[in-house]
Design a binder for this molecule. Structure first.
Ligand SMILES: Cc1cc2nc3c(=O)[nH]c(=O)nc-3n(C[C@H](O)[C@H](O)[C@H](O)COP(=O)(O)O)c2cc1C
Length: 300
């Protein structure tokens, strides 16, 4: 049996990473999980300068998952390189850095600075952020803006580049085609789904930001459908995420056409989930007399 996969140039010893924003910068989970067992570590989103995120409360549990509006709090690219990267470099696990910005120029600058730092394996673009210069619409919701962003970042780095797609679009295939043609080496999906919860006694939105993004078990079937549709047109590997709590959900993504998977919200409940998912995939392969995760994929 060979669990290793190649995610657009990122060589992972097994197909399981963690979803950005649910595993800090790795160090926070080091006492709870054997980090070297992971196929890769994907860190929380980084922008050019340090960022405080949104006011509290910024997350709430709801039936089937949670809604968060953390607002991408982070130390900025230089703070990450100085304070967090040295720890990750020593772990001998591929490091995927999730980045964001409020302009194309900012993404390009962050990607360029990360490319000059040693020990980073890949860059994942979070495109579910407002394009401030262009009226505040998110980069991920206009295929032309998105393609421009991906090709600009592509020129700024030789590192493997993943683009993380937003789920709330009319046809995911349009976005898959746009980013792969623009030079993305792999595609991550899905980011959280826009959502809101209201305190009916106080008659106020629960989150200070009013709305946020839904994640967790409840979004899993939505993500499976989007991965299935994306796989129809994808010529680059897919990294699937959305409500993986047990190995079964990860295997479902591999069946739908993903090359690798990421565990997100489940890390807050049981940090051993990614390792349990790796073992579960291995057991499944054994039971079905398969040799590689790619064999799980359903033929079309
Ligand atoms: C608290 C929290 C913070 C997140 N932060 C980021 C982030 O910084 N960048 C990003 O691309 N996605 C971020 N996400 C989205 C996750 O990476 C993932 O795409 C989503 O939660 C779906 O997976 P899950 O249902 O397994 O959590 C965040 C999700 C949560 C719950």
């Amino acid at each position: 049996m060979n669990l290793s996969v190649n995610l657009g140039g990122i060589h992972m010893k097994n197909p399981v990473t963690v979803a950005s924003g649910t595993f800090g910068y790795g160090q926070e989970y080091a006492g709870l999980v054997d980090l070297k067992k992971l196929g890769a570590i994907t860190v929380k989103g980084i922008r050019l300068s340090p960022w405080a995120g949104n006011p509290l409360p910024r997350h709430v549990e709801v039936p089937g998952g949670m809604i968060n509006a953390i607002g991408l709090q982070g130390p900025g690219v230089d703070g990450f390189i100085r304070d967090d990267l040295p720890f990750l470099q020593k772990r001998r696990v591929p490091v995927i850095v999730n980045i964001w910005g409020t302009s194309q120029e900012e993404y390009v600058e962050v990607a360029a600075r990360l490319s000059d730092a040693p020990g980073i394996t890949g860059i994942e673009l979070n495109v579910s952020c407002p394009n401030v210069k262009k009226g505040g619409h998110t980069f991920g919701q206009n295929p032309r803006t998105l393609a421009r962003l991906v090709s600009a970042v592509r020129k700024a780095t030789t590192l493997p580049l993943l683009t993380k797609l937003a789920p709330n679009v009319p046809d995911i295939r349009v976005y898959v085609k746009a980013v792969q043609e623009a030079g993305s080496d792999a595609i991550s999906l899905i980011n959280t789904i826009p959502a809101m919860a209201i305190d009916i006694e106080r008659r106020k939105p629960i989150l200070a930001n009013r709305s946020g993004g839904l994640s967790g078990l409840g979004i899993h079937p939505v993500a499976v459908k989007l991965v299935w549709d994306a796989a129809e047109v994808a010529t680059v590997p897919l990294l699937a995420m959305g409500g993986i709590f047990e190995p079964e959900q990860a295997i479902e993504f591999l069946a739908a056409g993903a090359t690798a998977v990421a565990v997100g919200t489940a890390n807050f409940i049981d940090p051993s989930t990614p390792v349990r998912v790796i073992d579960g995939i291995a057991n499944y392969l054994k039971r079905h007399k398969m040799r590689t995760p790619a064999e799980i994929r359903i033929p079309r």
